[in-house]
Each structure stands twice: as C-alpha cells, then as structure tokens.
Design a protein around this ligand. Structure first.
Ligand code: C2E
Ligand code: CA
Ligand code: CA
Length: 589
C-alpha cells in the first residue's frame, strides 16, 4: 500500500487530512496510529487561518520533524533543514497550480457555516482533498529520500567541508537509532503478552570520572557499556544510549524476580572498567497502560532513576506517582527562580538564638524564604538542593547576606551590638574566592563590624580545599560556625583540620542521642569536648522543655529552636529584639 492509498483509507474512516497524511507514515516512524493522530491534530487549528491549507502545512512540519529533515527550533539543522519549509510551500503551490487554501481546494469557505454545510452534504473533502494530499505526500517522500541520501553520504564520507559535521553526524545517527529503538519498543508493546518494563540507568558521579581520568576515558566507559549491552539483551530486549551516561533498556518479562535478576546482572556487568569502580543508579517503570506515549514511559523511568540517585539504602527504585509531583516542583522552581530575584520574592527570615541561663536573645540565623505571588511560601528544603545543583544558590545567598548586613547596620545604629546574625554559606561558594570579596564588600558598604556577621558552613567529610578556605576566612577575622554537626558525615578529623569557632549540634543528632541513656552520655561528652577545645556550642532544633533542661544540665547554654521561637520575618524579629533590649520606639524611627 502506498502512502497515498493509506492516507485516503484513513480519511474514509473519518480522520481529517493531517491525521491521514501523518498516519500514512506511521510504520516508518515507528509510531502507532494513535500517536500520529495526536501529533497531527495539534496543528489542525491552522486550517482556518487562511494561507496554505493548515492540514497540509501541519503534516509537512510534523513529518519533517519526525524524519529529521525539518526542525524550526534547531539551529544545528539550519545548514539544510530550515529552508525546507519555504521549499515545500513553493513546490506545493506550483504543483497545485496555485490552489493552496482550503477555499481554493474545496471551492467552499470552510470558515463559514454555510460553506461547511455544503462541504459536509456533498462529501467534498473525500472527493477533493486527496489531490492536495497526493501532492503533499509526494513532496514529503522526495524530501525524505533526499535527506536520507545526504545522510548516507555524510556518514560514508565524513564530509569535512560541511561545518559542524561532527555535531550533525552525531545528531543524525542518534535520530536514526532513536527511530529504530522507538519502532522496536512499539512493536514489542503491541505484540507481547508478557509484562514490559523500562529500566533506565546511569553511572553515579560520571562527571567526576570524566574529570579525573579524562573525557576519552569517559567515552571508553560508555562504549564499553553499549557493547556489553548488545550481548546482554536478547530479542525481546532493546536498549538505547539516551544521552551521555544515561541508558535505557526495555524488556519483556514474566515475574518481578526476572526483572530483579536482570538488574543485578547489569550491575555486575558494569561493576568495573579498567579497574575504575562504576556504580549505577536504576529507575524502573513497569508499563500499565500500553496506550501511553513511549516518551512518557521513559520519563517515568527517568524520574525513578533520579530518585534512586538520592537514596542511600538502595540503587534501584520503581516509579511512584509522587515522583511526578517532585518533577513539577523542580520545573516550577527552575522556571521561576530568575523572576524571583528580580521581583524580590526572596525574603530574609530570622530565627533567634537564645541563652538558656540568661533567658535572652543572643543572636539570630538568617534563613531564606521564597514568597511566590501565586504559590505562597516555598520552603528552602524544596528549592535549596535544586539551586545548589544549578548554581543559582550563589545569587540567593548574596541576596540574603546583603539583607543580613543591612539588618546588622540597622541594629548597630540603635546601639545594639550584641546580636550577631549568622548566614548560611553554601558549599558551592567554597570552590573559589569570589564569595569572600562579596562578603567583604557588603560589610564595608554597610560599615558594620565583621564579628557581627557569622558564617555557617555545613560539616562534611574532611575536605582539604574547604579547610584551606576556612583557614583564610578565619585569618580575615570571620567567625565560623560548623552547621549540622553530627548529621552524618561527621568526622572528628574536621575538628582538627578546620578552624571552626562554634559547633551547631544537628537536630537529628540531638534527637537520636536524647532517645537513650547511652546517647545522653555521648552528648554530654561532646559538650565537654567542645569546651576543652574552646569551641562555642549551640544546639539546633530544640523543641521541648526536657531538651532545654538536659542541655542546660550538661553545659550547653545556647539554643535555637521552636521551643523559643520559629524563624520569622526580619521586621518581626527586629521588633522582638527592640522590645527585649528595651529600646524605645522613638529611637527606632
Ligand atoms: P539549617 O541551616 O540547618 O537551618 C535550620 C533549619 O531548621 C531551618 O529550616 C529552621 O527553620 C529549622 N528549625 C529551626 N528550629 C527548629 C525546630 O525546633 N524544629 C524543627 N523541626 N526545625 C527547626 P529551613 O529554614 O527550612 O532551612 C532548611 C535548610 O535550608 C537550612 O538548614 C539550610 O541548610 C538551608 N538554607 C536555608 N536558608 C538558606 C540560605 O539563605 N542559604 C543557604 N545556602 N541555605 C539555606
Ligand atoms: Ca544553618
Ligand atoms: Ca543546621
């Protein structure tokens, strides 16, 4: 059956022209008909817009993109890709002898009810549209053939004189593999009685492998994985290297045990390459609705894989509905973060630090809040990890540091010099020295004392570089607080290597310790140790009276936590501080 015959048949079955044309190419595209209809329909609206018939142009666009010879978005394809629309329209006009609008093709105005009535009554679409469809399909077929010839030439000769050849070749090769893969998966989904699963995996810290051993070595690793996958996969299993170190395998299977065995086999096969240990993270999506688009199935496996990366206990996770939420949140955050800075949606909250014995405020920690005009309050636990990944944390921290300096200035102006404010310094900053210049500039511009701006740095496994930066900060006269002490990576070496002034006992650490007598003893000795080392101490996340009493008993006097106060807008904290210090309102103004 030719493309035209197939298209005419689809049209007779009630599908409109663009569905019929795109559907006619379903086999080569490796799509099922339903997917073809969906993508063609999105452009159908163009029909009423005049100019060339929307069904025709839409079909050209969809097919051009799907076969790879047209892509309005992709600058890489500009070489010969994006001139294709003009070429198509010119050819269409010529071969249709100028009859390019719906009105010209059908002899009736489709945008008017009376025109539509005639078209329906006389079945004009079935009679007249195939002429336009024939021309459209013929041009598309020529373009595909032309594109494939070029593609083959390109692959064979390497065509040095075309700019971006490497890029272009890679793109074309990749598109080709993707088409084959999608085709195979579609067939598998359509034909097998077994269950089907998408297993996506990547190599943990692949970037670091690239950095340490060089990109060539990284490429060799990926080649090794691809080659090995060829031997692992049988005729009901298909794999694809989606990008960089991300691979997906689609497999038919009967029991979960079978699936588990396959993953274990993958894990063992890729344990090591040239004596470099490789660790994989696996995300699995087991297909429930076979009518779902393949991309969607892939997305779900990808979500599971990303979640698996953050897991400590396991390196394989199955897709769960709530991953979708996480993905939406991430998307929201990334799309809105820049506006959040320019529109000043980030706010500095301050949480008081108290002395138990004096029962008064002895400082505050600056914590960021994102108040989004529609979504409301967004908490740092949601966005800070994302900002740390994409580097945006620098901007947010600078903003909060500046706010903190202004706040300190405001207090100093009223004679309040006994309320230092600590700010969080993300580890991102410690990679270079830029942040120090920024800090110094804020301090100088606001004419505040350096000792009133304290820096919180999260403790982690010992890191020489960070120790050096901390050393420098210390030399420059900054006060350093070790945040989250005891939270997991804790190494007593850090105490030796890094010159901190204050340990902030982590909430979870404290909660754990307080749960048993043995724990309480450990806590007591930690407090004693800090004293001996002449380190300051502050307990975070203190929520109950019992905690306060115990801390006071073992000699930890400074606390921060809901028991005393939650983080609050800086204005509120300011009022609270003034009231406590007995500063009159007149002075405030
Ligand atoms: P963190 O630095 O350990 O901050 C303490 C967190 O514990 C804060 O959460 C605070 O609201 C919360 N907290 C304080 N007292 C209690 C309590 O009694 N009970 C409980 N359950 N929680 C308490 P928050 O503000 O949501 O911040 C979470 C984390 O986000 C912070 O942990 C910090 O790592 C990061 N973060 C917050 N603001 C900034 C910022 O401006 N810059 C950077 N780089 N990180 C920030
Ligand atoms: Ca902190
Ligand atoms: Ca903390």
């Amino acid at each position: 059956m030719t493309h035209l015959e197939k298209a005419v048949e689809l049209q007779k079955n009630g599908y409109h022209c663009s569905q019929a044309i795109v559907g006619a190419f379903a086999n080569e595209l490796g799509y099922n008909l339903k997917d073809c209809f969906k993508i063609s329909t999105c452009f159908g609206g163009g029909m009423r817009e005049g100019g060339t018939c929307g069904c025709i142009t839409a079909s050209f666009m969809v097919l051009g993109m799907a076969f790879g010879f047209y892509d309005p978005q992709d600058k890489e394809l500009e070489l010969y890709g994006n001139k294709k629309a003009e070429e198509f329209l010119a050819l269409f006009k010529e071969r249709m002898a100028g009859d390019i609008t719906c009105k010209a093709i059908l002899g009736q105005d489709i945008s008017k009810p009376e025109g539509l009535a005639v078209i329906r009554k006389e079945g004009l679409m079935l009679k007249l549209c195939p002429r336009a469809m024939r021309v459209c399909i013929a041009i598309v077929e020529e373009m595909i053939a032309d594109f494939q010839t070029r593609e083959n030439d390109l692959l064979r000769d390497g065509v040095e004189n075309i700019k971006n050849t490497d890029n272009l070749t890679t793109i074309i090769k990749h598109a080709d593999k993707r088409r084959k893969f999608t085709g195979n998966v579609t067939k598998l989904l359509d034909s097998t009685d077994k269950k089907v699963a998408f297993i996506q995996f990547d190599i943990k810290r692949f970037k670091i492998i690239n950095d340490l051993y060089g990109e060539k070595f990284g490429d060799q690793v990926l080649f090794f994985v691809s080659e090995k996958l060829k031997t692992i996969c049988d005729e009901n299993q298909f794999f694809m290297n989606l990008r960089a170190d991300v691979f997906v395998i689609v497999t038919a299977y009967d029991t979960d045990h079978e699936l588990d065995t396959l993953i274990t086999r993958l894990e063992e096969s890729f344990e090591e390459f040239k004596e470099v240990k490789l660790q994989l993270s696996f995300g699995v999506y087991t297909v429930e609705d076979r009518g779902m688009e393949i991309r969607q199935m892939e997305d779900r496996a990808a979500m599971a894989r990303k979640a698996a990366k953050d897991e400590v206990a396991t390196n394989r996770l199955f897709y769960q509905e709530q991953f979708k939420e996480l993905l939406y949140t991430r998307k929201f955050i990334e799309e809105n973060m820049n506006a959040a800075i320019t529109e000043k949606q980030f706010k500095m909250y301050l949480q008081p630090k108290y002395s138990i014995s004096q029962n008064k405020i002895v400082g505050a920690e600056a914590l960021v809040r994102w108040i989004h005009p529609q979504r409301g309050m967004v908490y740092p636990d949601e966005f800070i990890p994302i900002f740390e990944e994409n580097g945006f944390i620098r901007k947010v921290d600078y903003y909060i540091w500046e706010e903190a300096c202004r706040f300190i200035k405001k207090c100093t102006d009223l004679g309040l010099r006994d309320c230092p404010v600590s700010v969080n310094v993300s580890r991102q900053h410690l990679k270079d020295m830029e942040f120090m210049r920024v800090l110094v500039a804020y301090i100088r511009n606001n004419k505040i004392e350096k000792s009133l701006l304290e820096l919180e740095i999260t403790e982690t496994a010992n890191d020489e570089k960070i120790s050096r930066v901390a050393e420098q900060l210390k030399k420059d006269g900054f006060t350093l607080l070790m945040d989250d002490f005891g939270s997991g990576y804790s190494s007593l070496n850090v105490l030796l290597e890094t010159p901190f002034d204050v340990l902030k006992l982590d909430k979870k650490f404290m909660d754990n310790m307080m749960a048993s007598e043995k724990g309480k003893l450990i806590l007591e000795y930690v407090v004693a140790m800090a004293k001996k080392l002449e380190l300051g101490l502050l307990a975070e996340g203190v929520e109950t009276k019992e905690q306060v009493e115990l801390l006071s008993k073992i000699g930890c006097d400074k606390v921060q936590g809901y028991y005393y106060a939650k983080p609050m807008p800086q204005e509120e904290f300011f009022e609270m501080l003034l009231a406590e210090r007995g500063v009159e309102s007149a002075k405030k103004a």
